[in-house]
Design a binder for this molecule. Structure first.
Ligand code: ADE
Ligand code: ZN
Length: 326
């Protein structure tokens, strides 16, 4: 089945994780950084042996971004590629911690991102918003700092607050103060859980954090009661099948629980997570769902609708986008 013409939406992607090897090379040259040759051995993708190596590699590539202009190039380049695959909406994770580690002030990072989002909407008709995220393994204090920056320097395009990073580090309750700051300021929240760790991680996240979406959440399938809770609470799962396979969470798409979660009644979405790191794109995720799971055009459009309904954009933006589905 042809999936190119299906309108797509992406609500789980890390902006530093969208940088391709060729863009990393450009940025590294621009900023006088030398990257190990083996990292750039392949043109369109990186290769990491496991989750921890991936997180290290991710930081190495993120460190090539050194200015607001670099962020502008990264965001614009990603939105151009997404639009070329029929994507009408992207809600990406920004990380002020990564900007700070590169010496970029929050306002400079955000200004670059906003310029790219505005240009991409004019040039490609794609709409984009940002979820600011903290990095779990950097700890709760830095998370509070990210939440404060996000709230104090509020912008219409920054519509949510989230958390990525190493799921094994700390406990969700340690991050309750950070999430409370964001939630009280009216930002919708999401957190990674049930990716590397099992269903208890999802349960703890729902118990302690004011989230309405879960990043991944696929391992909830191992706990029937939790699946029911996800349905009852109206939690949307930001599923990233290609990422799960690349990181060895599941051996192949036949073993991936997305179809079972959908069948059970969960709201599931399709996303690319860190596309060049996992040899995927948002278009590829839709293609795989059609090929491997037999999802037809109607079902794939329903997935896009679920993403748009679960998006943290304002209601007017959401209904305009939903109106573009056919
Ligand atoms: N940061 C970037 N990609 C991530 C992933 N797949 N899981 C957790 N943190 C991340
Ligand atoms: Zn992620």
């Amino acid at each position: 089945m042809e999936t190119a013409s299906i309108p797509k939406a992406e609500i789980h992607v890390h902006i530093e994780g969208t940088v391709t090897p060729s863009l990393a090379e450009t940025l590294a040259k621009r900023n006088g950084i030398s990257l190990p040759a083996d990292v750039l051995a392949l043109k369109n993708r990186f290769r990491w042996p496991d989750f921890n190596e991936f997180l290290k590699g991710y930081d190495l590539i993120a460190a090539c971004i050194r200015s607001g202009r670099d962020y502008e190039d990264v965001v614009y380049d990603y939105l151009r590629r997404c639009a070329a695959e029929g994507t009408i909406y992207v809600e990406y994770f920004g990380s002020s911690d990564h900007a700070e580690m590169s010496g970029i002030p929050y306002e400079e990072m955000l200004a670059g991102m906003v310029r790219a989002i505005d240009r991409a909407e004019v040039d490609f008709g794609i709409v984009c918003r940002i979820i600011m995220t903290c990095v779990r393994h950097l700890g709760p204090e830095r998370a509070v700092n990210v939440a404060r920056l996000t709230v104090d320097q509020a912008h219409d395009y920054v519509v949510g607050f989230g958390m990525g990073g190493d799921e094994k580090a700390y406990h969700p309750k340690d991050f309750a103060p950070a999430f409370e700051i964001a939630h009280e300021a009216g930002l919708a929240c999401t957190s990674h859980a049930g990716e590397v760790c099992g269903p208890q991680s999802v349960t703890d996240t729902l118990d302690y954090l004011p989230v309405v979406r879960i990043g991944h959440g696929v391992r909830a399938i191992e706990d029937e009661k939790l699946v029911q809770r996800i349905i009852d609470q109206g939690i949307t799962l930001e599923c990233c099948p290609g990422s799960n396979i690349a990181l060895g969470i599941y051996e192949d798409l036949d073993r991936h629980p997305l179809p079972a979660l959908m069948q059970a009644g969960c709201m599931v979405t399709l996303n690319s997570d860190d596309p060049p790191h996992f040899e995927t794109t948002i278009g590829q995720e839709y293609k795989n769902a059609a090929r491997h799971w037999g999802f037809d055009r109607g079902r794939l459009i329903e997935i896009t609708r679920t993403s748009l309904e679960a998006s943290f954009a304002d209601d007017a933006t959401k209904s305009k986008l939903i109106g573009r589905l056919s």
